[in-house]
Design a protein around this ligand. Structure first.
Ligand SMILES: NC(=O)c1ccc[n+]([C@@H]2O[C@H](COP(=O)([O-])OP(=O)(O)OC[C@H]3O[C@@H](n4cnc5c(N)ncnc54)[C@H](O)[C@@H]3O)[C@@H](O)[C@H]2O)c1
Length: 340
């Protein structure tokens, strides 16, 4: 069977994971990588033998490509997505699908028009702890879910040092959409109503005009209420770049997951580190873990014509919640989410 010819657009922090995953995937021929920044392309070619481009059009004009990963900044998924879709390429888009409902709907409409498939990289759906918790939640013995809590937070280095586009995003888009998707996946239904509070203090004082932290209250169609907390101002001294906690109370069970400390602790002269051994680890140059699995699954589902585990509709539903959360933050009112 011929290999799937794949390209990656956006080869920064996260796009490099896509490059690595494809480079090791036996069903893939990684043909090209595109990024505005030569430094990102140099990093890629120092390890992998692949053609590189600094603009999308030249890449598509010069290469035979079947599918594309898009790992550009949150607010800039639309342009490369449409460039790929209008040329008939299947796409895997990093979360969030977009930072506006308008962009999200444009991507979906174009994909329909060009008979192209769109997958979303909500990697938490591949986290073994999340899968285990979901299986337990869905046992008849657990009964109906009544109340849920989820937090996902990043250290302040993420919006201040990792990249320069935090002001174009928010903890809602960057982190919240992960949670909204994961909770929809747990609940098996949609959010009806949202109320949110948040603060814009610390990052704004540093010249980055975005929320520090947001707390959202979500009412699901099944009657379960969730509190979702997202911030990206945890102190740099925190032992991991991110923190995450889940607690679900059902009629007959209490289910908890802690993704902060997954059992590995490294101590050195300056601080404790608690790396996540299950996310993406380097195994003699080969990336391994639940951060890599969605990328491999994208290939597997395309090659075998199977439905994606997370697709464009999941991206749209999470973006509906994100937009409602932002509207609630601005209006200080509860916001209903319309179906469709
Ligand atoms: N950093 C993380 O931990 C993380 C985790 C999961 C998902 N993501 C998601 O991955 C996406 C990328 O995040 P990142 O952290 O890698 O950002 P980044 O800033 O490190 O990388 C983005 C890259 O895209 C390039 N780019 C932008 N527009 C382009 C275009 N039109 N054509 C070609 N290249 C373009 C930029 O030059 C940059 O190198 C975001 O949507 C983010 O939410 C990031």
């Amino acid at each position: 069977m011929p290999k799937l010819r794949v390209a990656v657009i956006g080869a920064g922090i996260y796009g490099f994971n896509h490059v690595q995953a494809y480079a090791w995937n036996r069903d893939v021929d990684l043909v090209a990588v595109c990024d505005f920044k030569q430094s990102c392309l140099d990093k890629v070619t120092s390890t992998f033998d692949v053609h590189t481009y600094t603009d999308v059009k030249t890449m598509f004009d010069n290469e035979e490509i079947d599918a594309v990963s898009i790992a550009t900044p949150d607010a800039f998924h639309l342009e490369p997505a449409l460039a790929a879709i209008t040329r008939g390429k299947h796409v895997l888009i990093e979360k969030p699908l977009a930072t506006t409902l308008e962009d999200a709907r444009k991507i979906i409409a174009k994909a329909k028009e060009h008979h192209v498939r769109v997958a979303l990289d909500y990697h938490k759906r591949w986290d073994p702890a999340a899968i285990n918790l979901r299986n337990e939640l869905h046992l008849p013995s657990s009964g109906k879910p009544i109340r849920g809590y989820m937090s996902m937070d990043d250290v302040i280095d993420v919006p201040t040092k990792w990249f320069d586009w935090a002001h174009k995003s928010s903890p809602v888009h960057f982190l919240g959409t992960h949670c909204y998707d994961q909770i929809r996946w747990y609940m098996g239904c949609e959010v009806e109503e949202v109320y949110a509070v948040g603060s814009k203090t610390l990052l704004k004082s540093m010249g980055i005009d975005t929320y520090d932290t947001v707390q959202a209250f979500l009412k699901f169609e099944n009657g379960c209420y969730w509190t979702v907390e997202n911030s990206w101002i945890f102190p740099s001294g925190f032992p991991k770049a991110n923190d995450g906690r889940t607690q679900i109370l059902t009629e007959r069970a209490l289910l908890k997951a802690d993704s902060q400390n997954r059992g590995v602790e490294f101590y050195n002269g300056s601080k404790l580190r608690t790396p996540n051994s299950y996310f993406i680890i380097d195994n003699n140059g080969r990336p391994f873990g639940f951060g890599i699995e969605p990328i491999n699954d994208f290939v597997y589902c395309l090659v075998n014509n199977l439905p994606f585990i997370a697709d464009a509709n999941d991206g749209l539903e999470a973006e509906k919640i994100a937009e409602a959360v932002h509207l609630s933050l601005e209006t200080n009112q509860a916001v209903n989410i319309a179906k469709g």
